[in-house]
Ligand binder design. Structure first.
Ligand code: ADP
Ligand code: ASP
Ligand code: MG
Length: 412
């Protein structure tokens, strides 16, 4: 007997036929003697629809009320799955975030603080299945809170940790984690097993198959994760610690995967004076406004002469960023603010970079051969990212995937 969390994403919950298929899968795990908690997403497209309605109600909506609206999609699917399971003769009950409770702080992208699993323990002891809406929690003041887009993954992992599950299975519309988004590159190859660290980097640079926070949480608590198809029965991708991965896969590729992120906007400040404090005057107010700055490029060609500063922020934060910058224009002393949302960040990730030089050079060469201009670059120990014009997204992902030897051989 094992204790497991099964999480089903939006496509898996989109309509009664799919919910019945999900219930079948849950029933199989229960009949195999396992204790099962199921975490569900809203039906595909539902959260987008709810977010859009909040925007229509007021462009600068109240975060508390946004949470009340957008948390509702998961309430519907958890109730429907519980009813469907009951109809199949499986003892099942849904428990909303407040009923456990799942305590979280903040609104819109709240952080989970604690989860009380005593209700679940009682449900399991009585042979029942617990269905829990993903993406939601309840604040200390008993207000609804949501965990940020894609947050049901984080709900699932947090719940698995709290109930000391043996593993957390993430069922989705692809049958695992691929070397890049399989919807962009049909030759992307499925990865059998990947380290938490690499998955964390891939997720954080745009591979949306898992919410970044969920991978961080799994890594911290060493919770075994699996990404599987909710439509087909076949092995998925295991996400585990370095040792487990090395045991199974001694000769790994230097690069594990390529990811892209369209959610970046570029800002260039022209004519920034070359004096101490000029850059600090720009980033201080952005930090205070909780704006996430990602790539930063500055180069002072000749001491004392004004230079340009380029950086990126999430596209949704662009209007607020420009407003904050206008406030410090005098103090920082720059001449112009230029903005561009038609950009994409392309990243190559792999722990093999630690022991192999020349990855960045190969990436730049490959893109140069296709006439793709680089607007900004950042690197970490296991990642190289470049910012390029959005129009080249597919081409760049494809040529890099090929250049790093990741293309799957086509079956003859
Ligand atoms: P869910 O609704 O189940 O949470 P998501 O849409 O959030 O599903 O995530 C699954 C999607 O992630 C896939 O349909 C795929 O297009 C995309 N994706 C992006 N990068 C990758 C990758 N490297 N491997 C697999 N899927 C990826
Ligand atoms: N329904 C939420 C979203 O679309 C959470 C999730 O599906 O993970 O962002
Ligand atoms: Mg998702």
């Amino acid at each position: 007997m094992a204790r497991i969390v099964m999480k089903f994403g939006g496509t898996s919950m989109a309509g009664m036929e799919r919910i019945r298929a999900v219930a079948e899968r849950v029933r199989r795990e229960v009949e195999a003697g396992n204790e099962v908690a199921v975490v569900v997403s809203a039906m595909a497209g539902e959260t987008d629809r709810l977010v859009q309605m909040c925007r229509e109600a007021a462009p600068l909506y109240d975060p508390r009320e946004y949470d009340v609206v957008v948390a509702s999609g998961e309430q519907v699917t958890s109730g429907l799955l519980a009813i469907t399971l009951q109809g199949m003769g499986v003892k099942a009950r849904s428990y909303m975030g407040w009923q456990l409770p799942i305590r979280a702080s903040g609104h819109v992208s709240a952080l989970i603080e604690t989860i009380d699993v005593s209700v679940l323990d009682r449900a399991f002891a009585a042979g029942g299945v617990a269905v829990i809406p993903g993406f939601q929690g309840v604040t200390g003041d008993n207000e609804l809170a949501t965990l940020g887009r894609g947050g049901s993954d984080t709900s699932a992992v947090a719940l698995a940790v709290a109930m000391k599950a043996d593993r957390c299975d993430i069922y989705t519309d692809v049958d695992g984690v691929y070397t890049t988004d399989p919807r962009i590159v049909p030759r992307a190859a499925k990865i059998d097993i990947i380290t938490y660290e690499e998955m964390l980097e891939l997720a954080s640079v745009g591979a949306k198959v898992l919410q970044t926070r969920s991978v961080g949480l799994a890594m911290r608590f060493n919770m075994p994760l699996q990404v599987l198809s909710s439509f087909e029965d076949r092995p998925g991708t295991i996400i585990a610690g370095e040792e487990a991965v090395e045991e199974r896969n001694m000769e790994r590729n230097i690069i594990t995967g390529i990811a892209h992120d369209l959610n970046e906007a570029r800002i260039t400040l022209r004519g920034l004076p070359d004096r101490p404090g000029a850059v600090a005057a720009i980033f201080r107010p952005l930090a205070a406004a909780n704006i996430n700055v990602d790539m930063i490029v500055q180069s002072v060609a000749r001491a004392g002469e004004p230079s340009d500063l380029t950086f990126t922020v999430p596209t949704a934060s662009l209007p607020e960023t420009v407003a904050e910058l206008e406030k410090v224009r005098q103090e920082a002393g720059f001449a112009d603010i230029l903005t561009d949302t038609d950009v994409v960040k392309i990243s190559a990730v792999g722990v093999g970079m630690r022991s192999n030089a020349g990855i960045a050079a190969k990436m730049f060469d490959t893109l140069a051969e296709r006439g793709i201009n680089l607007l900004a670059i950042t690197t970490s120990e296991i990642k190289v990212s470049v910012l390029i014009p959005e129009a080249y997204t597919e081409l760049a992902v494809r040529v890099l995937h090929t250049a790093f030897g990741l293309d799957q051989e086509r079956a003859a």
